[in-house]
Design a protein around this ligand. Structure first.
Ligand SMILES: [Zn+2]
Length: 509
């Protein structure tokens, strides 16, 4: 059979990506990411592992209910209750898929499952047949495939395709393969599984040796037509193949790969930031495609060359990946509501009127403090709005005093249930003092696990953005806040985390 020249993109940011230690996302954040994945043009969204928890089930269901263009997929082991949970959770999806997996390598068979090869084939076939009675779109993954004996791999793939699987995914679960080796595994499957023409072959490569993207591309070159990947390459341990890198390699080097995807690459920069915010994982500046330095030229020779002719040192146009342009200032103090709305539209953000009002007010506040407002500032404002749903406590006023020879002191005024409360506290530094004051208002004790600050844009008056991770009564929560004043940004981030915690606690009641 002739291979199509289209590579399907299967995103697993919400499932494998969320398995990254510390990357837990709320159901609301997952839905927002799912919408962005849909706009990005992702073919299949793996929304979660429904049997793993009630929260995961609900969040898959939520995505299934709202996403219309992408296929919504849930993960299951070869166990009836897992398969039922997926079928129930994706029931409302316009397009749905179940992804069933079972370990097949000798090492997994012996140490994890304690089963013979015959038993494994029987289990896989039974599970696929069971699912096939209620769903058409079935993907099967032999876990640890790259370390599975070839003959056995061919045998189980033939059996599951015969039972009704239309996609067979070949995971390099432990990130051990090399591009040549992995490419050969895919070629071997395409040449030796008799009914392989009835299924799409998929890659799923982990990045333990930094080869996730290279292995995925080697798979594609050898006949795979689906790539499983995540935004920013997040995932278990060192992560998965990064979607933006795989897609931009296929696009930029179409002369070499002669393939294409359905991805609207202009959405990459925005979704990368969104995932980074939801998980609290900061994108390193040197990260390919979406890192802050990915398109920056420091050397004078390079700068000069790019100004004369872009292609001298730039292999991609920054606009192609949606990098906001820095040509001149975007908006300022005197910009009106219409200009603000239009600018957001250009950034792909369409807010309902009420949220638009709130965002516009924040924009005006910011414009008073900061001369030039860049696209990144606008995105930060809107993302701040996104969390207004959780407001149990809000910041009214903050006075911070510190100096070389005085103990830092913070006086904070916060609003809670319509009442203002003011508290004063000292601390080891202004941030510590601020957090102690917040704690004395909220009566919630948090244990700060991680705290990071970075500027959203360039310039001394840039917005500072604080991202922190805090444990409150055993729950790990990510908080974010932006302001031109870093103590205020720190306060906002902490209050954001507390509000999320309170919202979660209320949900459980
Ligand atoms: Zn994985």
């Amino acid at each position: 059979m002739m291979k199509s020249d289209k590579v399907l993109i299967f995103d697993t940011t919400l499932r494998d990506g969320e398995q990254a230690p510390g990357a837990t996302m709320s159901s609301e954040e997952k839905l927002q990411i799912a919408f962005s994945l849909e706009r990005l043009g992702v073919d299949i969204i793996e929304a979660g592992f429904p049997i793993s928890s009630k929260g995961d089930f609900d969040s898959v269901q939520n995505v299934a209910k709202h996403v219309k263009n992408s296929v919504v997929c849930g993960l299951a082991r070869c166990v009836i209750k897992d398969i039922d949970a997926v079928i129930d959770s994706v029931k409302l999806a316009k397009h749905k898929r179940i992804h069933i997996f079972l370990a097949t390598s000798k090492i997994h068979l012996q140490h994890k499952l304690n089963k013979s090869q015959d038993q494994i084939v029987a289990m896989a076939v039974e599970a696929v047949k069971y699912a096939r009675k209620r769903m058409d779109n079935i993907e099967f993954s032999p876990e640890d495939a790259s370390r599975t004996e070839k003959e056995f791999l061919y045998r189980i793939l033939e059996a599951v395709i015969k039972a009704g699987a239309s996609t067979v995914n070949i995971p390099d679960t432990v990130g051990y393969s090399t591009p040549q080796e992995y490419g050969a595994v895919i070629a071997g499957i395409c040449n030796n599984v008799p009914n392989i023409g009835k299924a799409v072959v998929s890659t799923h490569c982990h990045d333990d040796l930094g080869l996730g993207v290279a292995n995925s591309l080697a798979g594609v070159q050898n006949g795979a037509r689906q790539v499983e990947c995540t935004i920013n390459g997040i995932g278990e341990r060192a992560g998965n193949a990064s979607m933006e890198e795989v897609v931009m390699a296929i696009k930029t080097r179409s002369d070499f790969y002669r393939l294409s995807t359905n991805i609207n690459t202009k959405e990459f920069y925005r979704i990368s930031r969104m995932v980074s915010k939801a998980t609290g994982f900061i994108v390193p500046p040197n990260k390919a495609i979406v890192g802050a330095n990915a398109f920056r030229h420091e050397s004078g020779i390079h700068q000069d060359g790019v100004l004369k002719e872009r292609s001298t040192y730039e292999i991609m146009d920054p606009e192609e990946v949606g990098l906001p342009s820095h040509d001149g200032l975007v908006l300022g103090k005197h910009s009106g509501r219409h200009a603000f709305k239009e600018r957001l539209k250009n950034l792909g953000i369409d807010l309902p009127e009420l949220s638009l009002d709130k965002a516009f007010n924040s924009f005006k506040d910011l414009a008073d403090k900061k001369k030039e407002i860049y696209d990144e500032d606008l995105v930060a404002i809107v993302e701040d709005q996104g969390h207004l749903a959780y407001v149990a406590y809000s910041l009214v006023d903050l006075i911070s005093t510190s100096g070389t020879n005085i103990a830092p002191e913070v006086v904070i005024t916060m609003m809670h249930k319509g009442k203002k409360q003011t508290k004063k506290s000292t601390g080891d530094g202004p941030v510590d003092a601020c957090y102690k004051a917040i704690e004395s208002v909220t009566q919630l004790k948090g244990n700060l696990l991680d705290y990071g600050i970075k500027s959203v844009t360039q310039g001394k008056d840039a917005l500072g953005e604080v991202t922190l991770k805090v444990a409150i009564e055993g729950e790990t929560i990510i908080g974010r806040g932006a302001s031109t004043d870093i103590i205020e940004a720190s306060a906002k981030a902490y209050i954001n985390a507390i509000n999320k915690y309170v919202a979660q606690r209320n949900l459980k009641k």
